[in-house]
Design a protein around this ligand. Structure first.
Ligand SMILES: [Zn+2]
Ligand SMILES: [Zn+2]
Length: 138
């Protein structure tokens, strides 16, 4: 879990070639506190100074192409974003309350292959979504 300070986030943005704008810093701050949220939720969490929803989408697109956030799209749901990147973790989604849980890969940071991969195919990212009901909804 990332608990980066705003100054560290500003450095992170600059190192990725992005300007450290208040909007980008706010979005990163929300995602540090609350992973797996969609653009609308991020906008609500920012509160009064929140940029428009379209601006939040643009910020998320910039952060995603800079490799600073991971984008994850559960079926029938808006895209969710998180700062836990590059570790090939999976997700378990509760079909009752919609909560998304992280599932660590049993192969560490390496992509996990649950079955035979086509001959010659090189896996770069493995992303498995487990659907079910969480303990609270069961
Ligand atoms: Zn649930
Ligand atoms: Zn996750």
């Amino acid at each position: 879990m990332t608990t980066a300070l705003p100054t560290q986030d500003a450095d992170l943005l600059r190192q990725s070639g992005l300007r450290a704008t208040p909007g980008r810093l706010s979005v990163l701050e929300v995602l540090a506190r609350e992973p797996h949220v969609d653009a609308e939720t991020i906008r609500q969490r920012i509160g009064l100074e929140a940029p428009s929803l379209q601006a939040v989408h643009n910020i998320l697109a910039d952060l995603h192409s800079a490799g600073l956030v991971r984008r994850f799209v559960p079926a029938r749901s808006a895209a969710r974003y998180e700062r836990r990147i590059g570790d090939n973790h999976h997700h378990a989604v509760c079909s009752g309350c919609g909560t998304v849980f992280d599932v660590d890969s049993t192969t560490g940071d390496e992509p996990y292959a649950p079955g035979a991969i086509p001959e010659g195919f090189r896996v770069s990212t493995a992303e498995i979504v487990f659907w079910g009901v969480c303990a609270d909804c069961a």
